[in-house]
Design a protein around this ligand. Structure first.
Ligand SMILES: [Zn+2]
Length: 263
């Protein structure tokens, strides 16, 4: 059966509804022809040069990313800026680009549910305290209380990271809040919800002081490290949905290297 970029956008929109995106965000089909037939989909965290290279190699018709390929308004479409140069290259190769950002953060089964699942949290609730499991961030408890060191090792193992950065509040770990990506705006919510430990990314020095002052263990597992796991999950779910609906579409996952590394 024939499926187009427009159909893929609609189906993905059911998995990560665009109504869940923050007002400032830019999600949906961001480049490409909506009537183009899709046989190969490449899922990735970012629309980057390495991802576009892989898309060309595997003859992808559409790249689905978490971070928006176009975020700030574009005033020129030229090759003088690396972002627009990449977009031009995608368009030249007839590869569409679809992005689901804060809507995928908030969606049930999205970034934060995947993170909470990997950490084996129980009794998972939205960090925003909403009844439905939609909204940014999750909180849940472990099966048993563990020492911070042991929990940190678990975070590294399940996220496949060589290192994480930690603020120890000298508390054992039981109630854990998570927010993939840049989650320090939600530190207060994590504290109010009773978390003893908060796992997020992009922590700045003075924000780390806040966590210490509020007696919360803080684990910075990096922006990219906390969000990469959702890519596999969204590819699996999309592949399942498409095969169930009778479409012979290949759904691939890009190999993305860690941008920030310790040397
Ligand atoms: Zn992010």
């Amino acid at each position: 059966m024939h499926i187009t970029v427009k159909d893929i956008s609609r189906i993905f929109g059911e998995m990560a509804p665009t109504r869940l995106a923050e007002e400032w965000d830019n999600v949906g089909l961001l480049a490409g022809r909506s009537e183009k037939e899709v046989k190969v989909i490449l899922c990735a965290l970012d629309f980057s040069a390495e991802v576009l290279e892989q898309a060309k190699k595997c003859h992808a018709d559409i790249i689905i990313t978490h971070h928006p390929a176009i975020f700030h308004g574009i005033k020129q479409l030229t090759d003088s800026d690396w972002r627009t140069a990449l977009l031009m290259e995608a368009v030249r190769n007839d590869i569409a680009v679809y992005s689901a950002h804060t809507n995928l953060d908030s969606a049930a089964g999205g970034v934060n549910d995947v993170l909470a699942g990997l950490l084996e949290l129980q009794n998972i609730e939205g960090l925003a305290g909403e009844e439905s499991l939609e909204g940014i961030g999750r909180i849940g408890n472990l099966n048993e209380t563990v020492e911070l060191k042991a929990f940190v090792e678990k975070v590294k193992r399940v996220l496949m990271l060589e290192y994480v950065t930690v603020v120890s509040a000298n508390r054992p770990v039981y109630k854990v809040a998570v927010c993939g990506g840049s989650g320090m705006d939600f530190l207060d919510r994590a504290a109010q919800a009773g978390a003893d430990t908060y796992v997020t990314g992009d922590v700045k020095y003075h924000e780390a002081q806040e966590a210490f002052g509020k007696h919360i263990n803080l684990i910075d597992a990096s922006h990219q490290g906390t969000e990469l796991p959702v890519v596999n999950e969204m590819a699996d779910r999309l592949a399942l949905r498409l095969s169930r609906d009778g479409y012979a579409v290949k759904v691939l996952v890009a190999k993305e290297s860690l941008l920030l590394r310790t040397i």
